[in-house]
Design a binder for this molecule. Structure first.
Ligand code: SER
Length: 879
């Protein structure tokens, strides 16, 4: 019987449950509180703090199926897709973990049993062989003596490039963080294993698939490159679900397993012209629809920076392969239902947001089609201007980068014109850009981020605002110090604190830390791994490490913040009620003066809807409902369908904030005790901040009252100025506008008459010399716009003419010159402009028949300059 992917997921979890492991949920694809990672790249990410000894887990044995994305940083498989049968951008990682519980021997025994036991995966053990880090004799001995693998099947792997710990068998999450030696289990899909003395050490051996990586987490690599021994030796294992499925389903490629079979069938169905031998493109599309959909399901939207940019590139890469393989209709978004069906239980998030995902993918597709045609236009114009026979790298890269234009399409296009492309130049531009991207991807890299926190801080500020506490550590400019002196800024770590550290959109608390007359003013509070940092300045006296102090938050400020936070929850559920369950939160900010809430919404929000939102929220405020917080396990909360932000990392124990049944959310923030405390809710701003994302800004309580009062005063002032009353003010404004329109029309009419008069006066001053009309005059009180209008009128009356008009406005000279085209061989307006500027100053320019300028200040020279020019012209036309 064929075993399907979902069975394999279940078997893996059942096996480890039987071995005493707690089954935990996959964390989000977006790592929380970890600025070293763009995306979750391994099952161990969510346990990083536990490996580092900065946090404790309730369980010492855990198993998960983790959604991973490897599209950047230390683990990047993007370029392998389409060329490798074993790699994916998005994949699921089966993992078991031990936090100071079992170590090398059990980890290896468990893996071996699951893979080879008849009750479980029942793989032919003769096909299995392993690699071991060359300095890890203990692991080698386990494979040889306990598992009894023949010596030729245990291969030591050395450090690469002579650099210590830079080895395929020394695993690390990123440039910094937990790491350690690993042992990898490989499966031989060929008959090579029949040869008892086969050398698995050679690179040329085909058909070897790495299926399981068992890492012994023993070190932390710090950002300055040091390896520090971890407090508890732990185990982190990872087995790619798609790879083990491929082996168990006896397929030649990951892309032939059941999940991909369905997706690929769907791709071919939508694109009957696609060449099914063109596997590269098909694999890319099949891989990328998974990563794109999972990313959007976690609220990442395509954009031009950060995670959104990675998403956009993935989508475009898939679309370009569709395009070059002959697809010319929208289709990518139509793959989503098949994906949901293929991923079975793991598609829950996508299913929930199916419509949104489809919408976003469709928009990207439409936009890409549009950029392709713009790209072609640019390419054509470049080709027209080209001198040589090779299109330069810069242009190819611009097409690629700005217009999402595939290089093979550029090459194809150039071929029709007998042109080649400068591929090397393109690669150069590309690597230049990669360097820049790498730089901008290194998120915050400042001292604060790496302060070496050694103590745990407990937050007690949900119901306590002032407590006694002990100073554990002090930092100045990222360096640990023993004391702070007056005027010095620093970060203080306490063992317990009422200060809420900035997170989940809520800003950090402010307040004071004091010991008698020694006062440290806290200006912000932030999380630092296990500690909470109080940022501020010492206002008086001296503060020392280990001192017992009083920590006191600014209660007024906190109350304003928590009212805004509770109002944010009411707003969130109201938006979901009005626009539907798919109204996904995209971001929020809660501070003492206002709240900001970004959400996915494809609808325009009218004033009526704004008022409806306000009315509903104010209704719940008036009802003065108690706001309750309870504690539960994450799994229970998830089962109850409680609203959670999926980019947040939730620990096993979660806090649930409920306002009756109207709003129930997982939230670590601080809240009012009753909705009535919010007082009043008023939206002050609503706008779109990107495709499909809208932003609402609102205020509460006294701020809302003040806002309304200010508006009232503004209206009163308007009424007073108009000498109106509340009932007729609008009519009065309408009448004023009407009157204004009539007046404007009258002004236009009279200006026209005036201009005709001026024109006639000017024409009278025209001189006819050699059948050429010469009119050179200064007009009083004009501006450049009027000069242009009048010159247009004059030239209609004067054929074959040279007209120069000047005016002085606010002590600056402006001029305009018009010369009939038939005279341009002899006399050019731009040359005359230069002459004028040379005498009177200012700037200007134009073409031989029309030029203008202004800004010159030598008014006293204007009349002589015009005279000279006139003489020069007369001379010229008499020649
Ligand atoms: N962290 C290791 C890996 O990703 C094992 O889980 O390969």
């Amino acid at each position: 019987m064929k075993i399907n992917t979902n069975d394999i997921r279940k078997m893996f979890l059942t096996f480890f449950k039987k071995k005493g492991h707690e089954i935990m949920a996959s964390s989000s694809l977006i790592p929380e509180n970890d600025s070293t990672l763009l995306f979750t790249n391994a099952g161990m990410n969510q346990f990083k703090d536990i490996f580092l000894g900065q946090n404790k887990n309730k369980y010492t044995r855990v198993a998960t199926i983790q959604k991973c994305l490897r599209t950047g940083g230390k683990h990047n498989d993007l370029d392998n897709i389409g060329y490798s049968e074993n790699h994916h951008t998005f994949f699921e990682m089966l993992g078991n973990f031990s936090f100071g519980d079992y170590f090398k021997k059990e980890a290896i025994l468990y893996a071996w049993e699951l893979l080879t036991s008849e009750k479980w995966f029942n793989l032919n053990q003769n096909r299995l062989w392993v690699t071991v880090y060359h300095k890890d004799q203990e692991t080698y001995n386990i494979w040889i003596n306990t598992i009894k693998l023949p010596k030729n099947k245990v291969v030591f792997i050395k450090d690469n490039k002579n650099s210590q710990f830079n080895s395929d068998n020394f695993w690390q999450m990123g440039d910094y963080g937990p790491c350690g030696p690993s042992t990898e289990i490989f499966y031989d899909t060929t008959n090579a294993y029949l040869n008892n003395s086969i050398n698995y050490c050679t690179n040329t051996l085909k058909g070897q698939v790495e299926i399981w990586n068992i890492v012994f987490m023993e070190y932390n690599r710090t950002y300055d490159g040091q390896l520090i021994k971890l407090p508890i030796p732990s185990v982190d294992t990872g087995m790619g679900l798609e790879r083990i499925t491929r082996i168990l389903q006896n397929k030649k490629s990951n892309y032939e397993i059941d999940i991909f079979e369905k997706i690929i069938k769907s791709i071919i169905q939508f694109n009957p012209n696609i060449n099914i031998n063109e596997k590269k493109s098909i694999h890319i599309i099949a891989d990328h629809i998974r990563s794109a959909s999972f990313l959007i399901s976690e609220n990442i939207l395509p954009s031009n920076e950060g995670r959104g940019y990675v998403l956009r590139r993935i989508i475009r890469r898939a679309l370009r392969h569709a395009y070059t393989s002959g697809m010319n209709k929208l289709f990518f978004y139509k793959l989503v239902p098949t994906l949901i069906q293929a991923m079975e239980e793991e598609s829950l998030l996508i299913k929930k947001r199916e419509k949104i995902i489809q919408n976003i993918l469709k928009q990207e597709e439409i936009q890409f089609n549009y950029t392709i045609s713009r790209g072609i236009k640019l390419l054509k114009s470049k080709i027209q201007k080209m001198k040589g026979k090779i299109l330069n790298g810069k242009t190819i890269f611009k097409l690629y980068d700005t217009f999402g234009f595939p290089i093979d399409l550029t090459a194809d296009f150039c071929k029709e014109y007998n042109l080649k492309i400068d591929y090397e130049g393109f690669k150069k531009e590309m690597s230049l850009q990669k360097k820049q991207t790498r730089k901008s991807n290194m998120f915050k890299n400042n001292h604060e981020l790496y302060i070496d926190i050694k103590h745990h801080s407990i937050f007690v500020g949900y119901n306590k605002y002032e407590i006694k506490s002990t100073i554990q550590q002090i930092f100045v400019n990222g360096i640990s110090v023993k004391k702070l002196t007056v005027g010095e800024s620093g970060i203080i770590i306490l063992n317990q604190t009422p200060f809420y550290p900035e997170s989940g959109g809520q800003i950090g608390d402010i307040g004071i830390i004091l010991k008698d007359e020694n006062v440290f003013e806290v200006k912000n509070t932030k999380k630092h791994g296990i500690g909470i940092g109080h940022y501020g300045i010492l206002k008086s006296g001296e503060i020392n490490i280990n001192q017992l102090i009083t920590a006191k938050i600014n209660i007024k400020n906190r109350i304003l913040i928590q009212n805004n936070h509770s109002a944010t929850h009411l707003l969130h559920s109201t938006l979901r009620n009005i626009f539907g369950e798919n109204t996904v939160q995209k971001g929020s900010l809660v501070n003492d003066s206002y709240l900001r809430f970004d959400f996915v919404c494809y609808q325009k929000i009218t004033i009526e809807i704004i008022q409806k939102i306000e009315n509903i929220i104010n209704y719940y405020i008036l009802k003065n409902i108690p706001i309750n917080t309870t504690i539960d396990t994450f799994n229970n909360a998830k089962q109850k369908g409680i609203l959670a932000l999926f980019h947040e990392k939730y620990n096993d124990i979660v806090r649930i904030v409920s306002i009756n049944n109207y709003s129930v959310e997982l939230c670590g923030g601080t809240h009012s005790s009753h909705t009535g405390n919010i007082g009043l809710f008023k939206i002050i701003n609503e706008k779109s901040i990107g495709s499909g994302i809208r932003r609402i800004e609102a205020i509460t309580g006294k701020n809302a009252v003040k806002f309304i009062q200010k508006k009232e005063i503004e209206i009163k002032n308007i009424i007073n100025i108009l000498n109106a009353n509340e009932n007729n003010v609008l009519d009065k404004i309408k009448i004023l506008i009407e009157k204004n329109k009539i007046l404007e029309k009258k002004i236009e009419y009279f200006t026209e008459i005036e201009l005709i008069n001026i024109k006639n006066q000017l024409i009278k001053k025209n001189q006819l010399i050699n059948n050429i009309n010469i009119l050179i005059e200064n007009v009083h009180n004009f501006n450049i716009k009027l000069l242009r209008t009048i010159i247009d009128k004059i030239k209609l009356n004067l054929n074959s003419s040279i007209i120069i008009l000047t005016t002085v406005n606010k002590n600056k000279i402006y001029f305009i010159i018009n010369i009939s085209k038939t005279l341009n061989n002899n006399i050019q307006a731009n040359k005359i402009a230069k002459k004028i500027i040379a005498h009177i100053g200012g700037k200007g320019g134009g073409n031989p028949s029309l030029s203008e300028g202004g800004g010159g200040e030598k008014i006293e020279l204007l009349s002589s300059t015009l005279n000279n020019i006139k003489q020069w012209i007369i001379k010229k036309i008499n020649q």
